[in-house]
Design a protein around this ligand. Structure first.
Ligand SMILES: [Zn+2]
Length: 53
């Protein structure tokens, strides 16, 4: 079930993603740089980071 709580974000939206994560999860998020080809959850750019607990 934890798979659902992952947010992908580009550099620009990293802060927003962290805020969203804290609001939804009430846990400390971990920001991790990714090599995978994922799309940002907030725009059409390629994601640079993965946010998860
Ligand atoms: Zn973005």
């Amino acid at each position: 079930m934890n798979e659902e709580n992952i947010i992908y974000s580009c550099l620009e939206h990293a802060e927003l993603a962290l805020d969203d994560f804290v609001n939804n999860e009430e846990k400390a998020p971990q920001l991790e740089k990714i090599e995978e080809e994922k799309k940002c959850s907030y725009c059409e750019k390629a994601a640079e980071y993965k946010i998860e607990a």
